[in-house]
Write a protein that binds this ligand. Structure first.
Ligand code: 3PG
Ligand code: MG
Length: 418
């Protein structure tokens, strides 16, 4: 099985050819009412105006620039498409990619033509108007039911329309390769297809972790839910030397150890599973020994550090404590390979950011191949002002990197194989 990459396409010559690039420009947006992203769209403002929208983290836009500039430099007519958030199959202005087009243009230092639909009149005329070396961005793919449909025919019909816009297909949307969506899975079946620079780099690095990682191999997992991470924990436990667990999910593990967790996030139905994992883990799993508890989920809530086995019944844990950070840092300092996914606490609130910051700093100090997986952990690195270049690799894919490490077949990668 081989996957051709961008260099193979460039070698064929792309001057004047319409090249479709699937990117993952699903960036977190700030609106006056607070941050929204694909996972908390319920809190998004309902007025639907994109005015005042600010891109909170443009990492995913910057990550596709090498592919785009290689294509424009070679004289291709570049047609970029992406999803943003989780609109329900029809146009929804709060998920418009228009602000992303503006930012992409700034980063490219060139005009980006924006089409107001994905496969309609605006898309067709925008693509027709492209000169060699120019870039267009189409409106959110998920404004169309066919994009995410489970029905092959419905997805296929949408893919036919998308494919008609171009002559070749480049997948550079690593963050979406685990989705069996029209733009990821069905379009490459209809056009000559290659992996873009970002997808190639992501897969090369993750293949090192999945293959024979240098030891000790230490994995740090955080984020809110055990249920989201269960499959990757199961897959990684036999491979790793240490598994450090923080974030909201640690409270379900602490409960499984027999501790009370107050009003902290708890997945009661996962407690038994966590107990079982702890029993089977041969001591590899490290849990917090202290946590920062607060009166409420709020940036200015009164808070204290307590032992992990002494969380008061009326308070909730929002970060790991300093002794835990020191213990995690000691384990990380020995590591030769590190994978980190998920924040250790509510890092968006400065009072609860120390755990994530401490672990991130320990990772940068280790003499190891360090891989940061996930939209949230990657955004945390940038939001905390850490030097991105001190990590070995910062993945643009959260779910995608986890599913890769689980050993799952990723539809978007499978679709590129010949
Ligand atoms: C992500 O942010 O996880 C990717 O862009 C995929 O988005 P999705 O989880 O909404 O499919
Ligand atoms: Mg996601």
């Amino acid at each position: 099985m081989t996957i051709r990459n961008l260099d193979d396409l460039l070698a064929e010559g792309v001057t004047g050819r319409r090249v479709l690039v699937r990117a993952d420009l699903n960036v977190p947006l700030d609106k006056q009412t607070g941050a929204i992203n694909d996972h908390d769209s319920a809190s998004a403002p309902q007025d639907g105006t994109p005015d005042g929208v600010r891109i909170a983290d443009d990492g995913r836009i910057r990550a596709v620039l090498p592919t785009l500039t290689a294509l424009t430099g070679a004289g291709a007519k570049v047609v970029v498409f992406s999803h943003l958030g989780r609109p329900k199959g029809s146009p929804d202005p709060q998920f418009s990619l228009r602000p992303v087009a503006a930012r992409l243009g700034e980063l490219l230092g060139a005009q980006v033509r924006f089409a107001e639909d994905t496969v309609g009149d605006s898309a067709r005329s925008t693509v027709d108007a492209l000169a060699d070396g120019e870039v267009a961005l189409l409106e959110n793919l998920r404004f169309n039911k066919g994009e995410t449909s489970k029905d092959d025919a419905e997805r296929g019909a949408f893919a036919d329309q998308l494919a008609a816009l171009g002559e070749a297909y480049v997948d550079d949307a690593f963050g979406a390769v685990h989705r069996k969506h029209a733009s990821v899975f069905d379009v490459p079946a209809r056009l000559p297809h290659v992996a873009g620079r970002l997808v190639l780099r992501e897969v090369e690095v993750l293949a090192k972790l999945a293959g024979k990682p240098a030891r000790p191999y230490v994995v740090v997992l955080g984020g809110s839910k055990v249920s989201d991470k269960l499959a990757v924990i199961e897959a990684l436990l036999p491979k790793v030397d240490r598994l450090l667990i923080g974030g909201g999910m640690c409270f379900t593990f602490l409960k499984a150890q027999g501790h009370e967790v107050g009003t902290s996030l708890l997945e009661q139905e996962m407690v038994e599973t966590c107990r079982n994992l702890l029993e089977r883990s041969e001591g590899k799993i490290m849990l917090p020994v202290d946590v920062v508890v607060a009166d409420a989920f709020a940036p200015d809530a009164a808070h204290d550090t307590v032992r992990a086995d002494a969380i008061p019944s009326h308070r909730l844990g929002l970060d790991i404590g300093p002794e835990t950070v020191a213990g995690f840092a000691a384990a990380l300092s020995q590591a030769k390979t590190i994978f980190w996914n998920g924040p250790m606490g509510v890092f968006e609130m400065p009072a609860f950011a120390n755990g994530t910051r401490g672990v991130a700093e320990a990772i940068t100090k280790a003499d190891a191949l360090s891989v940061v997986g996930g939209g949230d952990s990657a955004a945390a690195v940038r939001a905390l002002g850490l030097d991105e270049s001190s990590f070995g690799h910062i993945s643009t894919g959260g779910g995608a990197s986890l599913e890769y490490l689980e050993g799952k077949t990723l539809p978007g990668i499978a679709a590129l194989e010949d």
